[in-house]
Ligand binder design. Structure first.
Ligand code: HMG
Ligand code: MG
Length: 310
């Protein structure tokens, strides 16, 4: 027998509510080689918002030569309302200008904890990328925009191997000092495990970046994403990134596979009695319509609930 909802067994010492930060339309689609029509992207984003997701990252104002899938960033943004609910990725000053011109009020900058990924993803050294990002953050904050910072390769790097937790925390500290309201710690290639999550959060607290400033961003390459969310919850984190349908990856790190699926995350949170304000069935429908279009299987929960319905 397959259930349509988990039984609810709350646990002590976990947050009572969390924010699910949806990245599917951006992180999910950016690595897809077949270009998704702009109107389908807009529809996907609207469906996700209607499902109750408070934040749906919409697109990236990056070089269209680097990420052709998101070359329609301006048109996507122009098709949306409530742009404070739709942050966009910005890699440099040019991206910030283009985003502002398209009406963006909320942006995310991204840097790497490691050298090689900074070069492959941003064509810069780690230090130069961080310097550029902090300049963009300062300018955006001066214009009253909300800014999130992403740090990639926080748990391991395919070219450099292990990544020191304190080194990651210092990068986050620099982003917070520049004015980022939140820093999302990316396990870009999905190699992290639960104890590592706890250790990374503690390293942040040691450099003065508290749990209220942190989000966790897991890719599910090694099947660790939900265990890592659970470790994050135990450490007091209340914001988790995920992607409807589990779509996603990074075009500049071949070993980055799908993001943690929003449906799988919601199932676990619902079972723990943790409030999200999100309608799981509506996310399943949105995720399936996009994975059907892409010709991919849906998330585990999306697939299981689909078989309950049919
Ligand atoms: P570059 O080639 O060094 O750039 O790339 P450049 O400054 O020399 O400019 C080259 C050309 O690009 C110029 O045009 C610029 O105008 C143009 P040309 O004169 O040749 O016609 N250009 C731009 N066009 C549009 N928007 C812009 C822009 N900037 C320059 N913003 C650059 C440097 C940063 C542009 C490039 O490396 C880039 O776009 N990188 C983005 C890569 C990316 O999007 N990666 C995926 C997102 S990060 C991620 O997924 C990780 C995350 O999910 C967390 C995790 O999982 O870890 C966030
Ligand atoms: Mg990612």
């Amino acid at each position: 027998m397959t259930a349509s909802r988990p039984a609810v067994y709350p646990e002590a010492d976990l947050p009572s509510a969390v924010t699910v930060y949806e990245v599917g339309p951006r992180d999910g689609l950016q690595a897809e080689s077949e270009v998704v029509p702009t109107h389908r992207k807009i529809h996907f984003i609207r469906e996700l918002r209607a499902a109750g997701l408070g934040i749906v990252e919409a697109t990236s104002f990056v070089s269209p030569r680097w990420v052709p899938q998101l070359a329609d960033a301006r048109d996507v943004l122009c098709g949306l309302d409530e742009l404070d609910r739709h942050p966009v990725l910005v890699p440099n000053h040019r991206g910030l200008e283009l985003a502002i011109d398209a009406g963006a009020t909320s942006i995310a900058v991204f840097v790497s904890a490691t050298q090689e990924f900074a070069r492959r993803n941003l064509n810069a050294t780690r230090e130069l990328a961080l310097q550029r990002a902090t300049e963009v953050v300062e300018e955006a904050v001066a214009r009253s925009m909300r800014v999130r910072g992403y740090v990639s390769m926080c748990f391991g790097d395919p070219w450099e191997g292990r990544v020191d937790v304190t080194a990651v925390a210092e990068v986050s500290r620099a982003l917070v000092d520049a004015g980022c309201a939140q820093v999302s710690l990316g396990d870009t290639i999905g190699v992290g495990t639960a104890g590592h999550v706890t250790s990374l959060v503690r390293a942040h607290e040691r450099v003065g970046v508290g749990i209220d400033r942190l989000a966790l961003h897991f890719h599910d390459t090694y099947g660790q994403a939900l265990a890592n969310v659970y470790a994050g919850l135990r450490a007091g984190i209340t914001c988790f990134d995920s992607s409807a349908g589990g779509i996603g990856g990074c075009p500049f790190a071949g070993s980055a596979t799908g993001n943690l699926a929003t449906e799988d995350l919601l199932w676990m949170l619902e079972g723990l009695g943790i409030e999200t304000g999100v309608d799981l069935d509506a996310v399943v429908r949105a995720g399936r319509s996009m994975t059907d279009l892409l010709g991919r299987p849906s998330s585990r929960v999306g697939t299981a609930l689909g078989s309950v319905a049919s």
